[in-house]
Every structure is written in C-alpha cells, then in structure tokens.
Design a protein around this ligand. Sequence first.
Ligand SMILES: *Cc1c(COP(=O)(O)O)cnc(C)c1O
Length: 407
Amino acid sequence: MQGLWPMSTAIAHLLSFPDSTGHFGRFGGRFVPETLMAPLQELTDAYEIAQKDPAFHSELEQLLHDYAGRPTPLYFAERWTERLGGAKIYLKREDLLHTGAHKINNALGQILLAKRLGKKRIIAETGAGQHGVATATVCARFGMECIVYMGSVDMERQALNVVRMRLMGAEVRAVTAGQATLKEAVNEAMRDWVASVDHTHYILGSALGAHPFPMIVRDFQRVIGIEARQQILEKEGRLPDVLVACVGGGSNAIGLFHPFLGDAQVRMIGVEAGGEGILPERHAARFQGGKLGVLQGTKTRLLANDDGQIELTHSVSAGLDYAAVGPEHAYLEDIGRVEYPYATDAEALAAFKELAHCEGIIPALESAHALAHVSKIAPSLPPSTLLIANLSGRGDKDVEQAARFLL
Ligand SMILES: *Cc1c(COP(=O)(O)O)cnc(C)c1O
C-alpha cells in the first residue's frame, strides 16, 4: 500500500517534526502540572544546545561504541529467508548491545544531558525492567543516585531484573496502586519529579510523555536507522524495500524508521501487541479501535472506554503492554506513511521459537512481534525484496515465561 503516501508535499514536513510546541500534527504537546512546564522547557533548551555541540556528540559516540557495543551488525538471516521463501531478510542486531536491548542508546544520551543540566539524581519508570536496567547501568557508570519505580506485579514477574538493578546500586521502589504495572509506575515517577525537579532528571524510556521526551528519545534511537541505512547500502548497494519493528511506546521503531521517512519507496511497518485478539482489555493494539486522548503528558492514540477511562491492556510481552502509543507514530499512522498491524501472543511465541530454531538467535518477546509479521508477509514478497527487521532485544529475560508455553 506504498502508493498511499503523497510524498512530494509531506517529506520536509515529516522530518521537521515536532514543531516548536512539541506537536506532530494534532498529536503530542505538553500536558503536565504547572510545576513541570519550566523544567521541561529548560530540558528542551539544554537539549537544543547539546545537539549543536560537537563535544556532546563525540562523548556519546564514544560511549555507544566502547561501552554499549555499537555499531550493531546488520545480519543476513539466510536460513530464515530460505525457510520463508520470499523477501531477503536482514536483522538489525540491537539484541547484542550491553544490557540486551536498544534502551541503552537512550539512557546514555539522557544521562549526558542530565550531567549538562547539573542534575545529581536520576529517576525512571520501568515495566519489564529493561529500561530500569539500562538506567541503573548508566547511573552506575556516571556515579549518580538512581531510583526506579516499578509496579509490584512487574517486580514479581521480572525478579531477575530487580536484582540486576539493585546490584548496580539502584533503589527499586515498588508501586502497588491500580494494576501495579507500568502505567502506575509512570504516575509515581511523575509525582516524584514534580517534587524533585530542581536536582533530579527523569530518564523516560520510550518515545512517549510530554515534549521534549518523544523527540529526545527518538533522536537518541535514530542511531539504529542511521547505521542500518549505511550497512544496507554497503551490502546491497541500495535502500531497503521494507522495514519492520515492534511498537510499544515506539522508540525502537521510530529509531529505525526516522532516517528513512523521506524515502517514499521504503515501506514501513510497526507491529503492535495483539494479545489474545482484539477484544476489550485483551490486547495493546492502540491502532485497533484506539481513541484520541491524553495520557501521561501527551495527546495520542490510546485505548480507553466510552467514558474516556483508560482500558486495561494485555500482552505476553511486558514491553509492549501499554495503553498509549508515542505521538509521532499516531501522526505517521494518521497520514498513512507507516502501517500498524498487530501480532497476537500466539504468533509472537511461534516466531520466538522459529528464530531460535533456524538462526540460533533467541529474540525478546517484544521483537518477536515484529518477526511474526515478517513471517506473514515475507513468503509473498519477491526474493528481490530487501527487508530489515529490528531485533530490539534478546530473549534471555523471556526464556522462563516462554518455557511455560512452548516446551
Ligand atoms: C522496551 C522494549 C520494547 C518496547 O519499547 P519501544 O519504545 O516501543 O521500543 C521493545 N523491545 C524491547 C526488547 C524492549 O526492551
């Protein structure tokens, strides 16, 4: 459905977003308590200055290279390609990064910003624990105090990540309100920030929240797409035809997509969590019936009932289990530039197993949603099609859970 996008008018526009008020079309913005308005502007200004400072970029680049392990390989999945019998499939190996997922890209960028702002204390929210671990990691590396808010239900489900965070010196605070998962953890982190913002930086973990977070997180994740672009040009001498990534808040997907947004011939697919199917409270696919609304600082597409109450969500992968999608994705869907299908729990688990079997790579269950969609579309695409799927993280954290379903 590539032809849907009216490229000539929109390209410049697409790459310039967000506007000065933090909007992506009618999505995004800054919906926060009054006390956070000035600090968010201060963060926006500091970020703009950092962006223009070569010293900031060289410090970040060195950390990404020596500490996190960039560049990550672009790997030709030969056996999986053969098995599916269609498009030529490449995997962008974010799973090989330090701490096991793309989240470290953003955490490193933001800790450098916090340092520039003179902040000594870091807070973060975490669902599955991957962002909490990335944040605890960079705090240890920079000797900063670190507090991670985590739902008590998630702490039980992801006990190993709680240990990892504590080992690195972070304090993990249990949040017991409501569903006691990610949404409540974000509420607690915001509450902390309102009271502590003069000396505390909030390292938000996805392309979500109030402006400037969706922009900052995206920019720190763009390294995925920038590398992939250069790597595919080196290997194949041309741009890819299709990009596929899973979408929780949307940071790994926008990181891969953004450097290609202006290339009208590149088809982009963001895959949401279809859970047990598109039934109320059994999935986290915001583009399947989601509404326009405001959640945790931003206006975007979210899952809510007719009274505007946020609905419960479900996914086998904690990292995709959230009621709202990042505002830039809401915009890209709205204008038809990116497609947003979903994969169910069962489809993701099947892809998890398939990649392990035929490539010797155990993907994160989040990433397995993207892979599940690849296995649906690749067989009917001609072998000349170049497809890049983002392997956003490794599946070590999911092995125990998968064992219950697969063995
Ligand atoms: C957190 C996480 C995701 C989902 O977050 P996005 O912001 O949508 O990228 C996906 N994959 C992995 C491995 C994660 O840890």
